[in-house]
Each structure stands twice: as C-alpha cells, then as structure tokens.
Design a protein around this ligand. Structure first.
Ligand code: C2E
Ligand code: MG
Ligand code: MG
Ligand code: MG
Length: 292
C-alpha cells in the first residue's frame, strides 16, 4: 500500500486520461465531496536551521486520498479547488488542523516551534482569513509567533494593494508572513521592499541548479544578499543533497527544508524522526541522516 512509504515517495494518481473533460468532471465532483468524506489529511515537512541543524518549524502540506482515484497531488487539486471556489474551505481546514496538531504536540512535550500554512491567492482579498487566524490561535492556545502563512510570489504580483492590507492585519497579530516560491515570479527589489514580509522562501528550481554553473551559484548568492538587505529570513526549499545543503549554509542561508533532511510526513512519524525535540527546546536533524 502506497500509504506506508510516506511523503512524496507516494505514486500520485496520474491517469492517462488526465486533462480530458471527462476526467476533470470526475475529479471536480470527487473534490466537492472530499472534505465531508474526510479524505484530506496533512503531512508536515520539517524545516531546519542550516548552521545549528535545529528543528525550527514544519510546513503543513495538504494530502488527498480518494477511495478510487487514490492519491491526488496538490499540484493538481489545489488549482482545481481555486477554480471551483473550494480552496478557501480547504485552506481553512488546513489552518485549523495544523494549529490543532501543534497544540497536540505541545501537550505531548514535543517541541515544534512553528507551523507554516500555505494560503491561496483567493483569500488574500478577504478579511475572513484574518478572523480565522485569530480564532485558531485562541482555540488552540498558541502564541501568534507559532504560526506563519506562506503566499506565493505570483499572488502578490496580481493584487498587491488588497493583499498588502490583509497581510498587514495578519502581521499585526504577530503571525509571520513568508513569500513562497521566490524567483518564479517577477518581483523586483523596489516592489519587494514595499511588502509586509518576514521571510523569503527560495524556490527549489534554484536549489536544483546549485553546482550546475557559476551563474546559477551567483544567482543564489544574489537572492540571499537581497533578502538580507531587506532584513528577511531565508528558507531554501527542496534541498535534496548534502552538497546543496553545504552550499546554502556557506552562502549564509538561514533555514532550509527538503528530502535530504526530511520529507513531508505524518505527525506520528515526525515525532518518531526527531526524538531529540521531545522534552528539549530544539530538535536536530543530525540523527535523521547519516552523512551530516
Ligand atoms: P509549496 O508550498 O512550495 O511546497 C513545497 C513542495 O515541495 C511540496 O509539494 C513538497 O512536498 C515539495 N518538496 C519538499 N521538499 C522537496 C525536495 O527536496 N524535493 C522535491 N522535489 N520536492 C520537495 P506538495 O506537497 O506536492 O505541494 C505542492 C504545492 O501545493 C505547494 O508548494 C503549495 O503551493 C500547494 N499546497 C500544498 N498544500 C496546500 C494547502 O494547504 N493550501 C494551499 N493553498 N496550497 C497548498
Ligand atoms: Mg509553501
Ligand atoms: Mg514553495
Ligand atoms: Mg509551490
């Protein structure tokens, strides 16, 4: 059963009739039923301090397992959910579940400093999100510093004014904001400076290019220098090798996540992988892979 191998090693549902009208119709109907049928769950990917190797947080990533279709990738159903107006409900569910999980870990004495949730574009022009965040923090007794929201760069390009006011309201509560997939959009320095941000996540396409050419390496250095000039925390996404990790740490990148340190995983697996975080203030990934 695919479920046992965990994280991204799953074979996601990829039918040969994908993208046909019939298929999309079927998928759409299935998606409309999925929340009430409890077909969603969350995997958490650990994020680490790249110099001290401490667990600094987790990213909540939604997963959908349909009884017949099997696992469907968020890269497929999130855009579909946006299209049919369901993504708000999904993001609301993830926010609440992720906060509930953090609270459960707290109670169990497992110290996960922060959870980061992905927020779709479609919500940033609504005040509901601000209210939902407030409620979740109160309900699960979490300090606002325990929560981060991630918005993609392309989102911020599309509706800046409205987004900025919502992001300001979120940050005023003490919740931090990260710009996700940085480098895939068209942000320039001046524009970025005007955004209410705490953190910049370097897209994994840049990480994948490390060592491929001097130009690629220079580009990463430039992004890091720029983020530092703007006083942003930096998280590198998609670190798959020790070489990428070493390069990023030496380049001054603060934080990172990727298959090399930990895949997105079920809450119980995360707890089992990072036992050093239990009863201590910080977990480390030193014991999670051999070549560190
Ligand atoms: P993202 O927010 O940029 O998340 C990172 C993606 O990279 C995740 O894919 C993660 O599993 C994958 N990843 C992490 N480390 C590595 C690595 O070392 N190598 C490779 N190749 N991949 C890695 P996933 O879980 O399939 O999610 C895809 C996208 O779907 C996310 O990109 C995010 O934009 C969206 N998404 C996921 N969950 C949610 C959600 O709850 N709400 C919304 N609105 N979007 C979500
Ligand atoms: Mg993200
Ligand atoms: Mg990303
Ligand atoms: Mg992405």
């Amino acid at each position: 059963e695919a479920k046992k191998s965990g994280g991204n090693s799953w074979a996601f549902y990829q039918p040969d009739f994908a993208n046909t009208t019939e298929h999309m119709f079927k998928l759409e109907n299935a998606l409309r039923q999925a929340l009430q049928n409890h077909e969603f769950f969350i995997h958490f990917q650990p994020q680490f301090d790249l110099t001290h190797h401490e667990l600094v947080g987790v990213e909540a990533l939604i997963r959908w397992e349909h009884p017949e279709l099997g696992m469907v990738s968020p890269a497929i159903f999130i855009p579909l959910a946006e299209e049919i107006g369901l993504v708000e409900d999904l993001d609301a569910w993830v926010l609440e579940e992720a906060c509930a999980q953090l609270r459960l870990w707290d109670i169990a004495g497992f110290h996960v400093p922060r959870v980061s949730v992905n927020i779709s574009a479609h919500e940033l022009d609504k005040l509901d999100l601000v209210e939902r965040i407030k409620q979740a923090l109160v309900q699960f007794r979490l300090a606002p510093q325990r929560l981060q929201v991630e918005v993609t760069e392309s989102v911020l390009m599309r509706a800046p004014e409205r987004c900025i006011s919502v992001l300001n309201l979120i940050r005023n509560q003490g919740v931090s904001v990260a710009i996700d997939d940085f480098g895939t959009g068209y942000s320039n320095l001046v524009y970025l400076r005007g955004l209410p941000l705490d953190c910049l996540k370097i897209d994994q396409s840049f990480v994948r290019e490390i060592g491929a050419s001097p130009a690629a390496d220079t580009l990463i250095h430039a992004i890091i220098a720029m983020a530092k000039a703007l006083d942003l925390n930096i998280v590198a996404e998609g670190i798959e090798t020790q070489r990428e990790l070493t390069f990023l740490a030496e380049a001054g990148c603060h934080y990172g996540q990727g298959f090399h340190m930990g895949r997105p995983m079920a809450p119980t697996d995360l707890k089992a992988c990072y036992p050093s975080a239990i009863g201590a203030h910080k977990g480390t990934f030193a014991n999670s892979f051999s070549d560190s």
